[in-house]
Design a protein around this ligand. Structure first.
Ligand code: MN
Length: 251
């Protein structure tokens, strides 16, 4: 049985990265793209609960919606496809999703949703000046082999591709990064201030050994397994002390 592959992104259906991922994924099964009709970057896992959604069939297994990437995953699985997809692929995003970026990323949000809906899921992101043609063979190699590298339940793969031709795959952790001058204040022509988030788009990375940022800035592909469970087992082990502190009799 040929695989059924749902493809989405957060840059919009017409983004060049989606097209490259679609062509490479097509070697492994039937690819159905359901993606936003415009750029919906940095909407994370947003779900439209209070607005209606439209869905347009563009033919040749290409669909677009005015919803978020996660809306597109829901529409794809529950309206477009007649069975659960084997794979949900998201990207290739225009720009990295390193370290804390994964919390904001619509690309990563869509992959998490694919996982929550029961499919094998991965997010793909590329250096903003990256070369889509140079990473094609590496995408294909990853897709050829990722089924033989199973993840425990509740996990996804997040891949970040370097600028230029990659030199290797590297299994990585999440780095830490800082954005600078995040909110910029400007004046409109009528003298009223407006604000622009993401003023300086050059964050500083720690580039800790073994991290995603460390790998991509050395020209390697950072492959980061991610999970949604943000719990803190090291704190849960202190339950007795916590309860002794908070369960005192009220005075
Ligand atoms: Mn994006």
């Amino acid at each position: 049985m040929s695989r059924l592959i749902l493809l989405t992104n957060d840059d919009g259906l017409w983004a060049p990265g989606l097209q490259v991922l679609r062509e490479e994924a097509a070697h492994f099964g039937r690819v159905v793209a359901v993606a936003p009709d415009r750029n919906r970057s940095a909407v994370s896992s947003a779900l439209s609960l209070h607005t209606i959604l439209r869905l347009h069939d563009l033919g040749e297994d290409r669909w677009t919606s005015d919803g978020t990437p996660v809306d597109c995953v829901h529409l794809g699985i529950h309206q477009v496809l007649d069975r659960k997809p084997d794979w949900v692929l998201s990207g290739i995003n225009h720009g990295f999703n390193l370290g804390e970026d994964v919390f904001y990323s619509g690309t990563v949000g869509a992959a998490f949703e694919g996982m929550l809906q029961g499919s094998r899921a991965a997010a793909f992101s590329l250096h903003p000046k990256g070369d889509l043609e140079a990473i094609r063979p590496w995408i294909r190699r990853f897709l050829e082999r990722w089924e033989s590298m199973p993840l425990p339940e509740g996990r996804i793969w997040s891949l970040n591709f370097p600028k230029g031709t990659p030199t290797a795959f590297r299994l990585t952790s999440q780095d830490n990064r800082k954005y600078h001058d995040l909110v910029e204040r400007r004046m409109d022509p009528r003298g009223t201030p407006y604000y622009w988030i993401g003023g300086d788009l050059a964050p500083t990375f720690q580039k800790a050994p073994g991290s995603d940022a460390n790998a991509v800035f050395r020209g390697e592909i950072a492959v980061t397994p991610l999970r949604l469970d943000l719990g803190c087992p090291e704190i849960l082990s202190k339950g007795e002390a916590f309860e002794a502190t908070f369960n005192l009799e009220p005075k």
